[in-house]
Design a protein around this ligand. Structure first.
Ligand SMILES: Nc1ncnc2c1ncn2[C@@H]1O[C@H](COP(=O)(O)OP(=O)(O)O)[C@@H](O)[C@H]1O
Ligand SMILES: [Mg+2]
Length: 257
């Protein structure tokens, strides 16, 4: 990382009341407008790290350091997307996407207009009135992304957002997310346990090791965004996946299966 980070975890530890030490000595810098992939085995503290970045939890050691001015603006500086879309089942796509604006005290007309824009940006123009059960899993995830982006956050935190989707839908969402990121230039921290997905999306992949969770290796991927057509089947993609797999294996001390 060359420029000053947008946000950094410095020597972060997190111990739960149960005695579980989820993180210890975690150092992680996230650059402004960077697309960072966070990779690691189940239980290594990825979700905990995201929750600390989101301010949903406090570290028990170390600190979360924001670039000057980055967190003191309006609420809605951080968008969060979970593995489940977590939509209100009785409410339309539009009402779901409006929620953060309404919570931030934005007036109904403006919230509606911005939510409609956010839905259009994720490819859901025309589906404003649909309720979640009328939408496919991929479309529900799109609503969840629209809801996270409706406040125009500086940073989007995504916790295995596409893990429950079928592969074709996942690929499409990968491409559409990259296009959105290219157009809007927010910062992304994308948690996944898929080497393939991290290589397809990220500019840099950090691997975390478990017990206790910490950053244990990284690979920088200088690929164009959006990715060039055919990247997913290219020899270059395969080589990058291999490099990241090897880094992950070294970082976690596991042999490559
Ligand atoms: N609220 C909590 N209370 C107690 N232990 C927790 C809590 N949240 C997570 N943990 C534990 O912390 C560790 C890291 O969890 P998590 O951050 O969810 O990992 P990951 O997202 O990488 O799978 C795990 O051992 C998990 O059981
Ligand atoms: Mg998790």
């Amino acid at each position: 990382m060359s420029a000053a980070p947008l946000v950094a975890l410095r020597g972060v530890g997190k111990r739960f009341a149960s005695g579980v030490r989820a993180l210890e000595g975690l150092d992680l810098e996230v650059g402004a407008r960077e697309f960072l992939g966070l990779l690691g085995p189940s239980g290594c503290g990825k979700s905990t790290a995201l929750r600390l970045l989101a301010g949903l939890a406090e570290p028990t050691e170390g600190r979360v350091e924001w670039a000057e001015g980055a967190r003191d603006a309006a609420p809605g500086e951080v968008g969060f997307v979970f593995q489940e879309p977590t939509l209100m089942p009785w409410a339309s796509a539009l009402a779901n996407a409006m929620l953060p604006m309404r919570l931030a005290g934005v007036g109904r007309a403006e919230a509606k207009a911005r939510a409609a824009d956010a839905l259009a940006a994720v490819g859901l123009a025309g589906f404003e009135r649909a309720v979640p059960r009328e939408l496919s899993g991929g479309m529900r995830m799109r609503v969840s992304i629209a809801r996270a982006l409706v406040t125009r956050p500086r940073i989007l935190l995504m916790d295995e957002p596409f893990a429950a989707l079928d592969e074709i839908t996942r690929w499409k969402l990968n491409d559409d997310l990259l296009a959105l990121w290219g157009a809007q230039r927010f910062t992304v921290v994308f948690v996944t346990h898929s080497v393939f997905e991290s290589v397809y999306l990220a500019q840099r992949v950090v691997a975390m090791a478990a017990r206790p969770g910490r950053a244990a290796g990284e690979v920088r991927l200088d690929e164009p965004a959006p990715r060039e057509p055919g990247f997913r089947t290219s020899a270059r993609y395969a080589a990058q996946c291999r490099a990241v797999s090897e880094m992950l294996a070294a970082a976690t001390g596991e042999a490559i299966a």
